[in-house]
Design a protein. Structure first.
Length: 307
């Protein structure tokens, strides 16, 4: 008779994907992940690293991540996988919201008022790729596991008029990383942001959201930044020490009309923080990056090693 392959029994199955969950630092609550079958977790990972049993409680077909544990995590998305004793597993993405006040320029769209997705530059950098008299091409970094993207935009506000950001395009391709907005006015500033989504049970669930960028079409007296210049690309600091990064946006052939200052962002605020003026403070041993970006999204990054 046929010889059964003993390895087939232990082959890991694809994890069951649960709906994403959000932890709001302004309104901290425990997060519960539940399942239907009578089974027990063998071990749990977060971002591919094992969690200690003191980081969670389990029982009665659910696993609880306490608010005190979640409050210590850096803002952004964290992937939790629960491995059960029957060989199955369950995956859920938890977004730690930064607890910022909503940006009036980025209102929630109808239908996603109950979903908070933290705006981080490094997870989804949106950049002006090319501007002409009547079109702006934007590009972005691919988000792993995204099924597509939704781009929003509008003319920038003027002294006399406020423009509400609207949905410009739904890009139903997770591998596409550029879009051209056409039929624009020459010599005019426009603002954009983009959100990555995953389809869960046929519904869009947001995975990441870019910062807003400001870009002008050509044909006017202003232009866009062609680069960001920084004085260091790597910094080594002892815990508790700080250092200021000098950065400037380099204009192309025409001056830049400032909408926002150069901005800074740390990929891990538990290792190093950065102020709006570029002061990096070393918090604990490890490595992270500081992103420095101009108003049209062009950026540089600095490697920070805390010893």
């Amino acid at each position: 008779g046929p010889v059964s392959n003993p390895g087939e029994q232990t082959k890991p199955q694809e994890p069951v994907l649960s709906l994403p969950k959000t932890f709001d630092k302004n309104n901290p609550k425990d997060i519960n992940i539940s399942w239907d079958d009578n089974k027990d977790p063998k071990h749990v990972t977060m971002d591919d690293k094992p969690l200690s049993q003191k980081d969670y409680q389990s029982g009665d077909k659910k696993l609880t991540l306490p608010k005190d544990f979640l409050d210590g995590l850096e803002p952004g998305d964290h992937t939790v996988v629960i491995y059960f004793d029957d060989g199955t597993s369950q995956k859920v993405v938890i977004t730690i919201a930064e607890g910022q006040k909503p940006d009036p320029e980025q209102p929630g769209e109808s239908g996603d008022t109950n979903i908070t997705v933290s705006r981080t530059f490094h997870k989804l950098p949106l950049v002006e790729a090319k501007a002409t008299r009547n079109a702006i091409k934007v590009s972005w970094k691919k988000v792993a596991d995204a099924d597509g993207y939704v781009l929003y935009g509008a003319p920038c506000n003027t002294k006399n008029k406020t423009y509400k950001i609207k949905k410009i395009a739904v890009i139903k391709n997770g591998s596409k990383t550029a879009y051209t907005d056409k039929e624009l006015k020459s010599g005019t500033y426009y603002k954009y942001y983009i959100k990555a989504y995953k389809l869960v049970d046929g519904k869009m669930t947001w995975m990441a959201r870019s910062k807003t960028i400001h870009v002008t079409t050509t044909g006017g007296k202003y232009g866009n930044a062609k680069a960001v210049k920084i004085d260091k690309t790597k910094v080594t600091l002892k815990k508790g020490k700080s250092l200021v990064i000098k950065a400037q946006q380099i204009a192309g052939s025409k001056p830049i009309k400032r909408h926002v200052n150069i901005k800074y962002e740390s990929t891990n605020t538990r290792i190093a923080t950065v102020t709006k003026n570029g002061r990096i403070k070393a918090k604990k041993k490890g490595t992270c990056y500081i992103y420095v970006y101009a108003q049209n999204g062009v950026y540089k990054r600095i490697k920070v090693v805390v010893s």
